[in-house]
Design a protein around this ligand. Structure first.
Ligand SMILES: Nc1nc2c(ncn2[C@@H]2O[C@H](COP(=O)(O)OP(=O)(O)OP(=O)(O)O)[C@@H](O)[C@H]2O)c(=O)[nH]1
Ligand SMILES: [Mg+2]
Length: 290
Protein backbone atom coordinates (compact mmCIF):
# COMPACT_ATOMS: atom_id res chain seq x y z
CA UNK A 1 0.00 0.00 0.00
CA UNK A 2 1.38 3.39 -0.89
CA UNK A 3 1.55 6.18 1.66
CA UNK A 4 -1.28 8.04 -0.09
CA UNK A 5 -3.51 4.94 -0.10
CA UNK A 6 -2.99 4.65 3.63
CA UNK A 7 -4.43 8.11 4.21
CA UNK A 8 -7.51 7.66 1.98
CA UNK A 9 -10.98 7.35 3.52
CA UNK A 10 -11.86 3.68 3.84
CA UNK A 11 -15.13 2.20 2.61
CA UNK A 12 -15.63 -1.29 3.99
CA UNK A 13 -18.13 -3.80 2.54
CA UNK A 14 -19.51 -6.27 5.09
CA UNK A 15 -22.26 -8.89 5.09
CA UNK A 16 -22.89 -12.58 5.49
CA UNK A 17 -21.38 -15.08 3.02
CA UNK A 18 -22.52 -15.17 -0.60
CA UNK A 19 -24.50 -11.88 -0.66
CA UNK A 20 -22.19 -10.54 -3.38
CA UNK A 21 -19.63 -8.42 -1.51
CA UNK A 22 -16.80 -9.47 -3.79
CA UNK A 23 -19.00 -9.01 -6.87
CA UNK A 24 -19.74 -5.45 -5.75
CA UNK A 25 -16.05 -4.87 -5.01
CA UNK A 26 -15.09 -6.09 -8.49
CA UNK A 27 -17.84 -4.04 -10.12
CA UNK A 28 -16.63 -0.85 -8.45
CA UNK A 29 -12.94 -1.54 -8.93
CA UNK A 30 -13.73 -2.19 -12.58
CA UNK A 31 -12.23 -5.60 -13.01
CA UNK A 32 -12.26 -9.05 -11.50
CA UNK A 33 -9.85 -8.75 -8.63
CA UNK A 34 -11.72 -10.52 -5.84
CA UNK A 35 -12.68 -14.16 -6.30
CA UNK A 36 -16.42 -14.59 -6.79
CA UNK A 37 -18.02 -18.00 -6.28
CA UNK A 38 -21.48 -19.32 -5.60
CA UNK A 39 -19.93 -20.90 -2.53
CA UNK A 40 -20.32 -19.24 0.88
CA UNK A 41 -17.03 -18.41 2.55
CA UNK A 42 -15.12 -17.71 -0.64
CA UNK A 43 -13.40 -14.58 0.63
CA UNK A 44 -11.24 -15.12 3.68
CA UNK A 45 -8.62 -12.45 3.36
CA UNK A 46 -9.38 -8.79 3.29
CA UNK A 47 -8.89 -7.26 -0.15
CA UNK A 48 -8.40 -3.56 -0.83
CA UNK A 49 -8.18 -1.29 -3.86
CA UNK A 50 -8.10 2.46 -4.53
CA UNK A 51 -11.21 3.80 -6.26
CA UNK A 52 -12.17 7.19 -7.64
CA UNK A 53 -15.76 8.36 -8.12
CA UNK A 54 -16.83 11.96 -8.84
CA UNK A 55 -13.32 13.23 -8.06
CA UNK A 56 -13.32 11.60 -4.64
CA UNK A 57 -10.71 8.97 -3.98
CA UNK A 58 -11.25 6.29 -1.39
CA UNK A 59 -10.02 2.85 -0.56
CA UNK A 60 -12.57 0.09 -1.02
CA UNK A 61 -12.25 -2.95 1.26
CA UNK A 62 -13.85 -6.37 0.66
CA UNK A 63 -14.14 -8.62 3.71
CA UNK A 64 -14.96 -12.25 4.39
CA UNK A 65 -18.59 -13.23 4.94
CA UNK A 66 -19.78 -13.27 8.53
CA UNK A 67 -21.70 -16.33 9.68
CA UNK A 68 -23.31 -16.81 13.08
CA UNK A 69 -23.42 -20.58 13.22
CA UNK A 70 -20.48 -21.92 11.40
CA UNK A 71 -18.55 -25.13 11.17
CA UNK A 72 -15.96 -22.95 9.57
CA UNK A 73 -12.79 -22.92 11.64
CA UNK A 74 -12.02 -19.50 10.15
CA UNK A 75 -15.23 -18.01 11.68
CA UNK A 76 -13.67 -16.20 14.66
CA UNK A 77 -10.76 -15.01 12.53
CA UNK A 78 -13.12 -13.58 9.92
CA UNK A 79 -15.14 -11.80 12.61
CA UNK A 80 -11.94 -10.29 14.00
CA UNK A 81 -10.92 -9.23 10.49
CA UNK A 82 -14.33 -7.61 9.90
CA UNK A 83 -14.17 -5.76 13.22
CA UNK A 84 -10.67 -4.49 12.47
CA UNK A 85 -11.76 -3.34 9.02
CA UNK A 86 -14.79 -1.53 10.47
CA UNK A 87 -12.71 0.19 13.16
CA UNK A 88 -10.67 1.91 10.46
CA UNK A 89 -13.69 2.58 8.21
CA UNK A 90 -14.98 5.99 7.24
CA UNK A 91 -18.13 4.43 5.80
CA UNK A 92 -19.46 0.88 6.14
CA UNK A 93 -21.52 -0.73 3.37
CA UNK A 94 -23.80 -3.38 4.86
CA UNK A 95 -24.90 -5.77 2.14
CA UNK A 96 -27.77 -8.28 2.25
CA UNK A 97 -29.17 -10.65 -0.35
CA UNK A 98 -32.46 -9.55 -1.90
CA UNK A 99 -33.35 -13.03 -3.07
CA UNK A 100 -32.73 -15.06 0.09
CA UNK A 101 -34.36 -12.74 2.61
CA UNK A 102 -32.82 -12.15 6.02
CA UNK A 103 -31.04 -14.83 8.04
CA UNK A 104 -29.79 -14.79 11.63
CA UNK A 105 -26.32 -14.01 10.29
CA UNK A 106 -27.70 -10.82 8.73
CA UNK A 107 -29.09 -9.75 12.11
CA UNK A 108 -25.80 -10.52 13.83
CA UNK A 109 -23.61 -8.69 11.33
CA UNK A 110 -26.08 -5.78 11.55
CA UNK A 111 -25.47 -5.70 15.33
CA UNK A 112 -21.72 -5.59 14.71
CA UNK A 113 -22.23 -2.71 12.29
CA UNK A 114 -24.35 -0.82 14.85
CA UNK A 115 -21.67 -1.30 17.49
CA UNK A 116 -18.97 0.25 15.32
CA UNK A 117 -20.95 3.56 15.16
CA UNK A 118 -19.83 4.48 11.66
CA UNK A 119 -21.96 5.98 8.89
CA UNK A 120 -23.70 3.09 7.12
CA UNK A 121 -24.96 2.53 3.61
CA UNK A 122 -27.44 -0.30 3.60
CA UNK A 123 -27.91 -2.13 0.29
CA UNK A 124 -29.71 -5.26 -0.88
CA UNK A 125 -27.85 -7.00 -3.70
CA UNK A 126 -29.12 -9.40 -6.38
CA UNK A 127 -32.14 -7.17 -6.99
CA UNK A 128 -31.97 -8.12 -10.66
CA UNK A 129 -35.61 -7.50 -11.52
CA UNK A 130 -38.54 -5.52 -10.18
CA UNK A 131 -40.28 -8.31 -8.26
CA UNK A 132 -37.13 -9.13 -6.37
CA UNK A 133 -36.43 -5.49 -5.75
CA UNK A 134 -39.79 -5.08 -4.02
CA UNK A 135 -39.18 -8.16 -1.92
CA UNK A 136 -35.78 -6.86 -0.90
CA UNK A 137 -37.12 -3.51 0.19
CA UNK A 138 -40.00 -4.94 2.19
CA UNK A 139 -38.07 -7.57 4.10
CA UNK A 140 -34.81 -5.91 4.85
CA UNK A 141 -36.12 -2.97 6.87
CA UNK A 142 -36.21 -5.48 9.77
CA UNK A 143 -32.48 -4.95 10.28
CA UNK A 144 -33.03 -1.46 11.63
CA UNK A 145 -31.18 0.52 8.96
CA UNK A 146 -34.28 1.66 7.11
CA UNK A 147 -34.95 0.68 3.51
CA UNK A 148 -31.98 -0.74 1.66
CA UNK A 149 -30.85 0.56 -1.67
CA UNK A 150 -31.73 -2.23 -4.10
CA UNK A 151 -28.70 -3.00 -6.27
CA UNK A 152 -27.41 -5.66 -8.61
CA UNK A 153 -23.64 -6.03 -8.68
CA UNK A 154 -23.98 -8.53 -11.50
CA UNK A 155 -26.11 -6.34 -13.79
CA UNK A 156 -24.73 -3.01 -12.61
CA UNK A 157 -28.06 -1.70 -11.31
CA UNK A 158 -27.84 1.23 -8.89
CA UNK A 159 -24.14 0.70 -8.20
CA UNK A 160 -23.56 4.30 -9.34
CA UNK A 161 -26.22 5.50 -6.89
CA UNK A 162 -24.47 3.60 -4.12
CA UNK A 163 -21.17 5.26 -5.04
CA UNK A 164 -22.86 8.68 -5.02
CA UNK A 165 -24.00 7.94 -1.45
CA UNK A 166 -20.49 6.81 -0.50
CA UNK A 167 -18.96 10.01 -1.84
CA UNK A 168 -21.56 12.16 -0.05
CA UNK A 169 -20.88 10.39 3.24
CA UNK A 170 -17.13 10.60 2.84
CA UNK A 171 -17.47 14.34 2.21
CA UNK A 172 -19.73 14.67 5.23
CA UNK A 173 -17.50 12.80 7.58
CA UNK A 174 -13.98 13.50 6.47
CA UNK A 175 -11.88 16.33 7.74
CA UNK A 176 -10.76 18.67 4.96
CA UNK A 177 -9.57 22.27 4.54
CA UNK A 178 -13.08 23.46 5.43
CA UNK A 179 -13.77 20.89 8.10
CA UNK A 180 -10.89 20.59 10.48
CA UNK A 181 -10.82 18.20 13.37
CA UNK A 182 -9.13 18.92 16.68
CA UNK A 183 -8.58 16.24 19.32
CA UNK A 184 -7.44 16.85 22.89
CA UNK A 185 -5.68 13.88 24.50
CA UNK A 186 -4.89 13.26 28.17
CA UNK A 187 -1.31 12.32 29.08
CA UNK A 188 0.29 13.27 25.78
CA UNK A 189 3.91 12.62 26.71
CA UNK A 190 6.64 11.42 24.32
CA UNK A 191 7.06 7.66 24.38
CA UNK A 192 3.53 6.87 25.64
CA UNK A 193 0.80 4.93 23.89
CA UNK A 194 -1.21 8.17 23.64
CA UNK A 195 1.67 9.82 21.80
CA UNK A 196 1.98 6.98 19.28
CA UNK A 197 -1.79 7.00 18.60
CA UNK A 198 -1.82 10.78 18.19
CA UNK A 199 0.94 10.55 15.57
CA UNK A 200 -1.07 7.97 13.65
CA UNK A 201 -4.22 10.06 13.26
CA UNK A 202 -2.72 13.54 12.84
CA UNK A 203 -2.89 14.86 9.28
CA UNK A 204 -3.09 18.12 7.37
CA UNK A 205 -6.67 18.69 8.56
CA UNK A 206 -6.49 16.91 11.90
CA UNK A 207 -4.64 18.25 14.90
CA UNK A 208 -4.05 16.16 17.96
CA UNK A 209 -2.74 17.96 20.97
CA UNK A 210 -2.92 17.37 24.66
CA UNK A 211 -1.74 18.04 28.16
CA UNK A 212 0.83 16.02 30.07
CA UNK A 213 -1.42 15.23 33.04
CA UNK A 214 -2.57 11.73 33.82
CA UNK A 215 -6.16 13.04 33.88
CA UNK A 216 -7.75 16.29 32.77
CA UNK A 217 -8.81 16.98 36.41
CA UNK A 218 -5.13 17.52 37.22
CA UNK A 219 -5.24 20.38 34.71
CA UNK A 220 -7.14 22.29 37.41
CA UNK A 221 -4.93 23.83 40.12
CA UNK A 222 -5.52 21.84 43.35
CA UNK A 223 -5.98 25.09 45.29
CA UNK A 224 -9.31 25.49 43.48
CA UNK A 225 -10.55 22.59 45.60
CA UNK A 226 -8.76 23.82 48.72
CA UNK A 227 -5.89 21.34 48.35
CA UNK A 228 -2.14 21.94 48.39
CA UNK A 229 -1.56 19.04 45.95
CA UNK A 230 -3.65 16.42 44.17
CA UNK A 231 -3.22 13.18 46.17
CA UNK A 232 -0.89 10.49 44.80
CA UNK A 233 -2.78 7.60 43.22
CA UNK A 234 -1.06 4.21 43.24
CA UNK A 235 -0.04 2.96 39.79
CA UNK A 236 -2.51 0.56 38.22
CA UNK A 237 -5.51 2.05 40.04
CA UNK A 238 -8.02 4.00 37.92
CA UNK A 239 -6.97 7.59 38.60
CA UNK A 240 -10.36 9.21 39.29
CA UNK A 241 -11.42 6.43 41.67
CA UNK A 242 -8.04 6.56 43.45
CA UNK A 243 -8.31 10.32 43.85
CA UNK A 244 -11.83 10.23 45.25
CA UNK A 245 -10.87 7.34 47.54
CA UNK A 246 -7.94 9.36 48.92
CA UNK A 247 -10.18 12.40 49.42
CA UNK A 248 -13.01 10.32 50.89
CA UNK A 249 -15.50 11.75 48.41
CA UNK A 250 -17.90 10.13 45.94
CA UNK A 251 -16.87 9.86 42.32
CA UNK A 252 -20.16 10.95 40.74
CA UNK A 253 -20.40 14.14 42.79
CA UNK A 254 -16.79 15.26 42.50
CA UNK A 255 -16.73 16.30 38.84
CA UNK A 256 -19.72 18.71 39.06
CA UNK A 257 -18.17 20.29 42.17
CA UNK A 258 -14.79 20.66 40.46
CA UNK A 259 -16.37 22.10 37.32
CA UNK A 260 -18.42 24.62 39.29
CA UNK A 261 -15.35 25.88 41.14
CA UNK A 262 -13.47 26.71 37.95
CA UNK A 263 -14.18 30.37 37.18
CA UNK A 264 -11.28 31.77 35.14
CA UNK A 265 -8.29 30.68 33.08
CA UNK A 266 -6.16 31.28 36.18
CA UNK A 267 -7.85 28.26 37.80
CA UNK A 268 -6.37 26.02 35.09
CA UNK A 269 -2.76 25.02 34.56
CA UNK A 270 -1.12 26.76 31.61
CA UNK A 271 -0.34 23.42 29.90
CA UNK A 272 -4.07 22.67 29.60
CA UNK A 273 -5.05 26.22 28.57
CA UNK A 274 -2.25 26.26 25.98
CA UNK A 275 -3.36 22.97 24.41
CA UNK A 276 -7.00 24.08 24.21
CA UNK A 277 -6.04 27.46 22.69
CA UNK A 278 -3.95 25.68 20.07
CA UNK A 279 -6.93 23.51 19.13
CA UNK A 280 -9.34 26.45 18.95
CA UNK A 281 -6.91 28.32 16.70
CA UNK A 282 -6.57 25.28 14.47
CA UNK A 283 -10.28 24.58 13.98
CA UNK A 284 -11.36 28.21 13.68
CA UNK A 285 -8.58 29.59 11.46
CA UNK A 286 -9.68 31.09 8.16
CA UNK A 287 -7.93 29.37 5.31
CA UNK A 288 -7.38 30.22 1.68
CA UNK A 289 -6.89 26.70 0.34
CA UNK A 290 -9.94 26.87 -1.83
N1 LIG B 1 -28.26 -12.79 -9.53
C1 LIG B 1 -27.24 -12.16 -8.98
N2 LIG B 1 -26.21 -12.85 -8.50
C2 LIG B 1 -25.19 -12.18 -7.95
C3 LIG B 1 -25.17 -10.76 -7.88
N3 LIG B 1 -24.03 -10.38 -7.28
C4 LIG B 1 -23.36 -11.52 -6.97
N4 LIG B 1 -24.06 -12.62 -7.39
C5 LIG B 1 -23.67 -14.02 -7.25
O1 LIG B 1 -23.65 -14.39 -5.88
C6 LIG B 1 -22.63 -15.37 -5.63
C7 LIG B 1 -21.74 -14.90 -4.49
O2 LIG B 1 -21.04 -13.72 -4.87
P1 LIG B 1 -19.73 -13.23 -4.12
O3 LIG B 1 -19.42 -11.89 -4.68
O4 LIG B 1 -18.67 -14.27 -4.18
O5 LIG B 1 -20.29 -13.12 -2.63
P2 LIG B 1 -19.50 -12.71 -1.29
O6 LIG B 1 -20.45 -11.94 -0.46
O7 LIG B 1 -18.20 -12.08 -1.62
O8 LIG B 1 -19.30 -14.14 -0.63
P3 LIG B 1 -18.19 -14.58 0.48
O9 LIG B 1 -16.86 -14.15 -0.02
O10 LIG B 1 -18.37 -16.07 0.51
O11 LIG B 1 -18.60 -13.93 1.76
C8 LIG B 1 -21.89 -15.53 -6.97
O12 LIG B 1 -22.39 -16.68 -7.61
C9 LIG B 1 -22.25 -14.27 -7.74
O13 LIG B 1 -22.22 -14.45 -9.14
C10 LIG B 1 -26.28 -10.05 -8.45
O14 LIG B 1 -26.36 -8.82 -8.45
N5 LIG B 1 -27.28 -10.80 -8.98
MG1 LIG C 1 -16.29 -12.62 -1.19
Amino acid sequence: MSASSASLPRVVIVGRPNVGKSSLFNRVVGHRQAIVEDEPGTTRDRLEADVEWLDTRFRLVDTGGFETISENVFGPLILEQIRTAMRTATVVVLLVDARDGLTSSDYDIADEVRKCRKPVIFAANKADNDARELQALAESTGLGFGEPLAISALHNVNVGVLLDDVVAMVADFCPGPHRRLGILVDHLVAGTKEHRLANQVAGPHVMVTGHPFVDVWVGVWPRVMGLAEWPEVPRGMPWKEGLCGALGTDLAGFWPRLRNKVRTYADLRPELVGAVEKLIDFVSVENDEG
